[in-house]
Design a protein around this ligand. Sequence first.
Ligand SMILES: [Zn+2]
Ligand SMILES: [Zn+2]
Length: 339
Amino acid sequence: MQLELKVEAVKVKMTRLFPSMLAGKPEEVEGTMLAYLVCHGSMIGVNTGKVLSYAVRCKKCRFRDRAVDKENPNEHDCRKNWTKSSKAMESDMAVEMLSELKSKGFHVKKLIMDNDTTTISRKILKFQPYQKNVTNKLYSLRKEEKYNNLGPKAINHLTKCFAYAVKGSEDAASMKKNLEAIPRHVFGDHSRCSEWCGFVKSPSTYKPTSLPYGKYMAEEDLQLDLTTMFEEYAANSEKLLKVGSTQTNESFNHTVATKNPKTNFYSASESTSFRVAAAVAHKNIGLQTFTRVYENSLLSPGKHTNSYISKASRKRDYQKIVKSSVECKKRRRELISNK
Ligand SMILES: [Zn+2]
Ligand SMILES: [Zn+2]
């Protein structure tokens, strides 16, 4: 696996599989939360989008449970590697993954994880709640002060600007500058804007099409309110620098779920470990995984496998290009807003 050596940031996601209820073992309940039997975690590089490290924790072994002599069961491929509390699984996996990356020579600067994970620290935050916060604040501003111009379209644009400023800034100083530029930008003052602004790119042709009636906002009171609001965020830019999206991990979890469906219980055997590993290979290598497996076991892949792989890879590449295109993103937003 070829990876770039400098890892800027890593996304972490822990997924608990199978509450013990599902496996027919309901006695282990911690507080109101069910104890989980299996948990898998993944660390995905922000720049590469590849799974850099993953871990699986399993609390149950079918063979040992069924063995006549439970202390010394027959030899089997045992995957039971956890006996402590289910809550501690996540932090243990995070530590394992981090130390594995360290031993490979990677230096992890920044971890992005969900707010709800109990792992290591809560320092690193998810972006979405912040975005929602901005939208809510803008809507309440509209309601309280009766700004007619501050409609859903304008709010959408302001939220988008906020997302650009937070996600696109490299350091706290530039984020502060970008956040402070937003209230000026929507009023037609582009003196503080940088590359993200359409006016800076082409001053002669730019029109604020994302704003209502394609016109800049004009109300002075509104500008004052917006300036105070965004200055508040700008003052917190150090904190905002730590947010990021765990979307890639969600997508990886979807891949795991297709290979390890939650309706079936595979975890008491070695199956889950193999299924998670297969998902990692799928994510990192793609469909070529099949050919590699065949090659490694000195088999020649069949005619149908090859034709399927080339067909499916072509589809995958095409969708990747189409889905990340600007037109497609625009249309998607349009469809969502029309709902
Ligand atoms: Zn076992
Ligand atoms: Zn601008």
